[in-house]
Write a protein that binds this ligand. Structure first.
Ligand code: HEM
Length: 502
């Protein structure tokens, strides 16, 4: 057969596989008997999850669910076997440290064919083992030892942003925040930086990282199809379907190569060895507590969970502050008073003492939580009473930061960016109990202290260096660019945020 003939056959087979798998992916999307038919919600959610799936693929699920709450109240059925609860007591029960409500199979879909990690595993014992081994290097006190690495990456990011502002008039802070967060977590994980800040452009690996959000959304919508394609490494004529396959393969390859390099240094007892978040875990491997594959899968998770999230948060922080002049003046004044211009010798700990800076960070995490969607959990075997309704075993319940953080009875004027609400004396118990930018309970974000450290250092240094920064209108940059799109991780629709020095 000639090449064209081969290609023709190839595409026909590809299309057939795609259609078949689409059908398989959707099977189970229709039901005649929803176990949640007694809950409020749109009529179609009793029978199908297709509308939810459609909103998910548009990057609009959180807003869609939020609008359903506005219409149906704090408990809403969003699919035949899934409900979202915007209720403080329910949230506390669902995301408790007891882990009675385990993660749903959604997390396995996000992981695809990769092995389990501290993020994706649904097994309570495996999770506890990973958490025991991985938490300590990311604790507040242990992070002090890696603070110089974080600080050097943040310093370089701010320097590069300044250079670009000077030469081009405006800088894309989203791009540089992503480079910064990726270089930080890359260096802390693999012992060497990706050097994207130095190069000023994304390496191939970093480009792959940027595609993860979309790849995860596609994979979780068409799990069987993606699994099939990944297993047999079959390219299809549909680019969107090739994306999660390529992303999974590339990320794994890079993580394996980098960790093998680092492992060789650990084995050789190299004195110049830089401590990473995995140094102790590597040593533990010798006691057969974590296999090399387990380390690779957890390292990959760090890269995925620790780059976009922090970058998006920093971007929205800078944009929000620059869009509110009074907030900017107060922040700049606080930083100027606490850290005189000729004093560079401050530590992250000093920044934890700045009330307004920390209020700005909380307010950013409230309105622009980087992972604002529902975090799905399974109702345990005994069923559950939540918010006045009975939930049978096996159904999925979620709470989403997007709605919890916009409940007007807890956060008055919820759509207003107002850091004052987080100052001493203004914070209520309900605010604390509703707040979930890092999830909650036993599955709370393992990297939250690192993320907060990066946010404190980067925002302080940004507004110290560019006190009069403002949102640019160059290249038609507008607030439309900053409308959130949410594929599990939130990012600005325009995928850019242009800022000028003054
Ligand atoms: C502002 C930045 C960040 C935000 C908003 C964020 C948000 C979250 C959220 C909401 C969860 C809970 C997910 C769920 O229950 O389904 C989570 C878990 C997790 N995050 Fe983060 N994260 C951030 C930064 C980081 C960083 C820097 C790391 C790097 C180590 C990281 C690693 C993880 C891991 C491994 C988990 C899973 C923990 C577990 O299940 O035990 N995150 N994160």
């Amino acid at each position: 057969m000639d090449t064209m003939g081969d290609m023709g056959l190839f595409y026909i087979v590809g299309a057939a596989v795609a259609l078949l798998s689409l059908a398989m992916s959707f099977s189970g999307s229709f039901t005649l008997r929803s176990k949640l038919s007694h809950l409020p919600g749109p009529w179609y959610s009793k029978y199908t999850d297709l509308v939810l799936l459609y909103q998910w693929l548009r990057g609009n699920r959180s807003v869609y669910v939020h609008n359903l709450h506005a219409r149906y109240g704090p408990v809403v059925r969003i699919s035949p076997r899934e409900a979202d609860l915007c209720d403080i007591d329910a949230k506390r029960i669902i995301y408790s440290t007891k882990e009675t409500f385990v993660k749903s199979s959604f997390y396995e879909l996000l992981a695809g064919n990769s092995g389990e990690s501290v993020f994706t595993t649904r097994d309570i014992d495996i999770h506890r083992k990973y958490r025991r081994m991985l938490s300590q290097p990311l604790s507040e006190s242990s992070l002090k030892t890696v603070e110089p690495i974080v600080r050097s990456r943040v310093d370089l990011a701010i320097k590069r942003m300044g250079e670009v502002m000077q030469t081009q008039g405006a800088v894309d802070v989203f791009k540089w925040a992503f480079f910064m967060a990726t270089d930080v977590i890359g260096e802390l994980t693999f012992g060497e930086s990706f050097k994207t800040l130095e190069k000023g452009e994304a390496t191939e690996y970093v480009l792959t990282l940027q595609k993860i959000g979309k790849a995860g959304a596609i994979r979780s919508a068409f799990p069987r199809l993606v699994k099939f394609l990944l297993r047999f490494r079959i390219p299809t004529p549909i680019d969107a379907l090739n994306l999660p396959v390529a992303v999974t393969i590339d990320l794994k390859k890079y993580a394996v190569e980098s960790l093998q390099r680092y492992y060789r240094l650990v084995k050789a007892d190299d004195v110049s060895l830089q401590q990473t978040l995995f140094t102790k875990v590597f040593k533990a491997e010798e006691e057969e507590r974590l296999t090399f594959d387990e380390i690779v899968d957890n390292a990959r998770t760090y890269l995925i969970a620790g780059s976009d999230t922090t970058a998006v948060s920093l971007t929205y922080l800078i944009w929000s502050v620059c869009s509110h002049k009074q907030v900017q003046e107060r922040l700049v004044e606080e930083v100027r008073t606490a850290l005189p211009a000729d004093d560079d010798d401050f530590a992250d700990h000093d920044l934890t003492q700045l009330p307004y800076l920390n209020a700005v960070i909380e307010e950013t995490l409230r309105l622009y939580s980087a992972a604002p969607s529902g975090l799905p959990r399974v109702v345990p075997a005994e069923g559950a009473d939540l918010s006045g309704y009975y939930f049978p075993p096996g159904v999925i319940v979620t709470s989403q930061a997007y709605s919890m953080h916009r409940a007007p009875e807890t956060f008055p004027d919820p759509y207003v960016f107002n850091p004052d609400r987080w100052l001493d004396g203004n914070v209520t118990k309900n605010m604390r109990d509703s707040f979930m930018p890092f999830g909650g309970g036993s599955r709370v974000c393992i990297g939250l202290h690192l993320a907060r450290m990066e946010l404190r250092l980067a925002s302080t240094l940004f507004f110290r260096n560019f006190p009069h920064a403002k949102v640019s209108s160059k290249q038609n940059m507008s607030s439309a660019d900053m409308v959130p799109t949410i594929f599990f991780i939130l990012f600005p629709q325009g995928k850019r945020c242009l800022i000028e020095a003054s």
